[in-house]
Design a protein around this ligand. Structure first.
Ligand SMILES: [Zn+2]
Length: 409
C-alpha cells in the first residue's frame, strides 16, 4: 500500500502549510469532493436509520468538560483553555457533552426512545506529534459522531444496529477491518471507578459481538474513560493498527449530566448513552481509502467520475454538452481536450477516473459514447443517455463494482 501523504499530494487531494501548522491539513477541491461525498453518504445512511442531525459549537466552557469528566480524565489530550472575559473556554475534545446538553434541553418520554442524535462535527486533540502533510495525526478532527439515548433494554439492539451500519459502510467503501476489539479498562487512574457499571456495559457489548458472529479479541486498557467499547481496527500502509469505527456503552455521562426520561409509570428514569461512529474521523477514513485504493476510489466516491475525451477539436462542443448532461445527473465530470496531448496520453493521465468516455465524429453523429473503464475494459459504443443512466444507477448503489455486466449485451 502506498503512503497516503505522498498520494494525497500527487493527486491534489490535501496538503498542509507550515503557517497553518502541523496536524492541520487543508483539503484541495478533489479531496473536498471525496470528503463531501463521504459525509453525504453517512448522513443519508443515518437518516434512513432514524438518526436526527444537529450542529453544536466547537468551543465550550471549561465547566462543561469538568461535568463530563473529560477535564479530570482526558485533559492531557485537550488544548489549554482560553481566557475570555473572566471565563475559560476550551476547544472541545469530544461531542458527547454537547449532545448530552441538547438531550437535556427538552423533556423526554419513554415513547421517544431510542433518541438518536448525530453530527459530523469537529473536535480537537492537542497532538504533540502532529505530522505535516498527513491526515492520520491531526489536531482538528471531523468526527462522524452520534449518541443514542435509550433504555437499558434497548442498548443491545442499538449497538447491534450500529455494528450493521459499520459493516454496510465498509462494504460500500471497499474497506476490510483487520479485527474487532472489545476494549476494556486497564490499570491506572484514567478510568472512572464503578465496577458494577463496567461489568454491565461489557456484558452488553460481549453479547452483541457474540451474536454478530465476528471474531474479536478483548483488550484491557483501551476503553474510553467512561465505558467499554467495540473498536473496529484497520491497518495503514506501514501495518500500524488504528481504530476507525466504534460503539460504546456509557452509564457514566447520563449520571453526570443528570439526564432522564419519563417512564410509563410517570416517574423519572436514567437513560443509557450509546456513543457510535460509523467511519470514525473523516480524516482517518479518507487517509485509509487513499491507501487502500491507491487513489482509484469506488466510482461513487471518485473526485471525477466521468472524463470526456474528444478525439479532435471538432468534438469539443459535443464533449462539453456531454459533461453538462453528467452534471445535470449529479455526476462529477470534466472534459480533457486534445490540447492536453494524444488520446493515449490523456487516457493515462485520467487513469484513476472510473469512466472515460471517448467522443469521435462517429459517436457524435449517433449520440453515442465509446466507454473505457478504469480497469482497461472497453465497452461497445452505447447511447449517451443509456451510459449516463447506468453510471447514475451504479453511483446510487454505493458499491465497489465499476460496471454492471449482467445487463450488458
Ligand atoms: Zn461520545
Amino acid at each position: 500500500m502506498p503512503d497516503h501523504r505522498r498520494l494525497g499530494r500527487e493527486l491534489d487531494l490535501f496538503d498542509s502549510d507550515p503557517l497553518m501548522g502541523a496536524g492541520l491539513p487543508y483539503w484541495l477541491p478533489d479531496g473536498a469532493a471525496v470528503r463531501h461525498t463521504l459525509e453525504e453518504y453517512i448522513r443519508g445512511v443515518e437518516r434512513r436509520a432514524g438518526y436526527q442531525h444537529v450542529y453544536s459549537p466547537v468551543l465550550g466552557k471549561r465547566e462543561l468538560y469538568e461535568i463530563s469528566g473529560h477535564w479530570s480524565h482526558y485533559s492531557e489530550d485537550m488544548f489549554p483553555p482560553m481566557d475570555l472575559g473572566g471565563e475559560q473556554v476550551v476547544l472541545r475534545p469530544s461531542l458527547c457533552p454537547h449532545h448530552a446538553l441538547i438531550y437535556r434541553s427538552r423533556s423526554h418520554s419513554y415513547r421517544e426512545l431510542p433518541l438518536r442524535i448525530a453530527e459530523l462535527g469537529t473536535m480537537y486533540r492537542s497532538e504533540l506529534s502532529g505530522v505535516l502533510g498527513g491526515l492520520t495525526r491531526v489536531r482538528a478532527i471531523q468526527l462522524n459522531d452520534a449518541h443514542i439515548f435509550c433504555t437499558l433494554d434497548q442498548v443491545a439492539d442499538e449497538a447491534r444496529a450500529a455494528l450493521d451500519l459499520i459493516r454496510a459502510a465498509y462494504a460500500a467503501l471497499g474497506i476490510e477491518p483487520v479485527r474487532y476489539r472489545l476494549s476494556l479498562p486497564g490499570e491506572g487512574g484514567k478510568y472512572v471507578v464503578d465496577p458494577a457499571m463496567w461489568q454491565r456495559a461489557a456484558a452488553v457489548l460481549t453479547e452483541v459481538l457474540d451474536q454478530a458472529g465476528v471474531p474479536y479479541e478483548s483488550v484491557a486498557g483501551e476503553a474510553a474513560f467512561y465505558g467499554p467499547k467495540i473498536d473496529v481496527q484497520i491497518a495503514d500502509s506501514a501495518g500500524r493498527e488504528a481504530t476507525l469505527s466504534t460503539v460504546q456503552v456509557d452509564f457514566y455521562q447520563p449520571e453526570r449530566f443528570d439526564l432522564h426520561y419519563v417512564g410509563p409509570d410517570g416517574a423519572k428514569h436514567r437513560p443509557v448513552m450509546v456513543h457510535r461512529s460509523v467511519i470514525g474521523s473523516v480524516e482517518r477514513a479518507v487517509a485509509h481509502l487513499v491507501e487502500k485504493h491507491g487513489g482509484a476510489f469506488p466510482a461513487w466516491l471518485a473526485p471525477t467520475q466521468v472524463v470526456v475525451l474528444p478525439i479532435s477539436d471538432a468534438e469539443l462542443p459535443p464533449a462539453a454538452a456531454l459533461v453538462e448532461r453528467c452534471l445535470d445527473q449529479g455526476l462529477r465530470a470534466r472534459v480533457v481536450g486534445p490540447e492536453h496531448g494524444s488520446l493515449g496520453a490523456r487516457i493515462r493521465v485520467a487513469r484513476l477516473v472510473p469512466y472515460q468516455a471517448v467522443v469521435g465524429a462517429k459517436e457524435t453523429a449517433a449520440d453515442q459514447v465509446a466507454v473505457r473503464l478504469r480497469d482497461g475494459r472497453r465497452l461497445d459504443p452505447l447511447p449517451s443517455g443509456e451510459f449516463l443512466a447506468r453510471v447514475r444507477a451504479l453511483v446510487d448503489a454505493h458499491g465497489t463494482d465499476l460496471w454492471d455486466d449482467q445487463t450488458q449485451e
